[in-house]
Design a binder for this molecule. Structure first.
Ligand SMILES: Cc1cc2nc3c(=O)[nH]c(=O)nc-3n(C[C@H](O)[C@H](O)[C@H](O)COP(=O)(O)OP(=O)(O)OC[C@H]3O[C@@H](n4cnc5c(N)ncnc54)[C@H](O)[C@@H]3O)c2cc1C
Length: 398
């Protein structure tokens, strides 16, 4: 097997690197690095999104008529790994990686024509209303109710853990439209405006005190029937289709490899500061093990990508990727925190307005907060225990 890039692929990599050198400015890299929140801050992510959109590189996997690049899987891999290596901010997934692909796969032509350009331009900023106080892993138990009145649905109920609901102007959500049959059968998928009197957003802070998610209360909120995806009461299959994109983890591993390089830099920094070379030996085996895992995840992701044809959703393999990538992210954050030792103890999150000088190196600042917030990755998008249940049933046939 020849794993070397071809001449054209090397030229493409050069083109990506040149673009990144020009457009990925220092302030974007610094902002992405210094946040401890799970999701990139909106203004940073949108700034990067608009640069990619201008270049035509925002949604490589989408059909060309909607902004896709028609790149080969290797090109997609080169692009995302170069972005990760250069420290580009993560894009916000709710529009680009969730409702966008769902609209392309299951939306009406009218919905695609209206919403897709607005997702790309950033005019619409989406949040996801799936979970409820009594419905997380057991999502089909959801109770948020919608009653149809003419060409509208009237919605009452509560959604929880809604990431960036305080920043979004649109929400896609699952609502109950029928209670008479099996619980999966009476669910409908709707899109609606956040900026209306019937929608109230209440903040929930993470344990690192970042404001990522919220509770959203609907009191006679309104959705248009034309903004329903799929048929009434058939939203469960629509919801599952979207979750496969949410869990697929992109070209997993690339970001982890860059985080591992960061650990190596920290190790060097600390060993120099303390004039203690043995510090490197102490962690090098652990870090190399992480690197091997990240590389094997990367190859697995590529194998999955290469098996997909245009418009396909990733299937139950997405559960495998979600579990592998998030478990590894947590392991990396643990080792990173271990490496900085007692420098991780003081609370020094600048995003909350702390203007105290950093204790230790500036790059230590967000590590403890990141470690805390990353506990969430094995919970959101369907917890990893649930992913293992899916793999047991759908992949292993148990
Ligand atoms: C950072 C973050 C962002 C989020 N963003 C969003 C968002 O934008 N929109 C949205 O709708 N939701 C969001 N969520 C919610 C997320 O999808 C739910 O938290 C998740 O589905 C788990 O549901 P739960 O919190 O109700 O936990 P529960 O379902 O109560 O689970 C509690 C524990 O029990 C385990 N468990 C439950 N059932 C089983 C089972 N059958 N077998 C084995 N173990 C089981 C779970 O793995 C977990 O460990 C977010 C969550 C987090 C942490």
């Amino acid at each position: 097997m020849n794993l070397n890039f071809s001449e054209e692929e090397i030229l493409f990599r050069n083109e990506v690197q040149t673009f990144l050198e020009k457009e990925l400015t220092e302030d974007l890299v610094l902002a992405a690095k210094s946040t401890s929140a799970v999701f990139t801050e909106k203004d940073i992510a949108m700034k990067w999104q608009s640069k990619l959109a201008k270049k035509g590189w925002l949604v490589p996997s989408w059909p060309e008529e909607y902004g896709g690049t028609n790149w080969t899987h290797t090109q997609k891999y080169i692009f995302s790994s170069e972005c990760a290596k250069a420290g580009a901010p993560n894009l916000i997934p709710m529009g680009l990686a969730m409702i966008g692909p769902l609209l392309l796969g299951k939306g009406t032509q009218e919905q695609k024509d209206y919403y897709i350009p607005r997702i790309i331009s950033g005019e619409d900023y989406w949040c996801q209303g799936y979970s409820e106080p009594g419905a997380g892993s057991d999502l089909a138990s959801l109770q948020c109710k919608a009653i149809r009145e003419g060409d509208k649905y009237i919605i009452n109920g509560t959604k929880i853990w809604t990431t960036h609901a305080h920043l979004a102007n649109k929400i896609f959500c699952l609502v109950r439209t029928d209670n008479s049959g099996k619980k999966q059968e009476g669910i409908t998928f709707l899109m609606l405006d956040m900026n209306q009197p019937g929608v109230k957003v209440e903040p929930i802070l993470t344990m690192a005190e970042d404001h990522d998610f919220n509770q959203v209360v609907f009191t006679d909120a309104i959705a248009e029937v034309k903004d329903r995806i799929g048929k009434e009461n058939e939203g469960w299959s629509v919801a599952k289709y979207l979750l496969e994109f949410e869990r697929s983890g992109g070209v997993g591993g690339s970001k982890s490899l860059s985080d591992i390089q960061f650990i190596r830099k920290l190790m060097n920094k600390i060993s120099t500061t303390h004039n203690d070379a043995s510090f490197i030996d102490l962690y090098s085996t652990k870090v190399t093990e992480l690197e091997i895992k990240a590389q094997s995840i990367q190859y697995t992701a590529l194998r999955i990508l290469s098996s997909l044809k245009g418009g396909d959703s990733p299937g139950p393999e997405s559960s495998m990727m979600k579990t592998l990538v998030t478990d590894l992210e947590q392991e990396i954050s643990e080792v990173t925190l271990e490496v900085i030792g007692y420098y991780g103890i003081p609370f020094q999150d600048t995003s909350l307005g702390s203007n105290e000088p950093a204790i230790g190196d500036e790059s230590f600042r967000s590590i403890a907060g990141k470690y805390q917030n990353l506990r969430a990755t094995t919970i959101y998008g369907g917890s990893n225990e649930i992913q293992r249940n899916i793999m047991a049933k759908a992949v292993l046939g148990l």
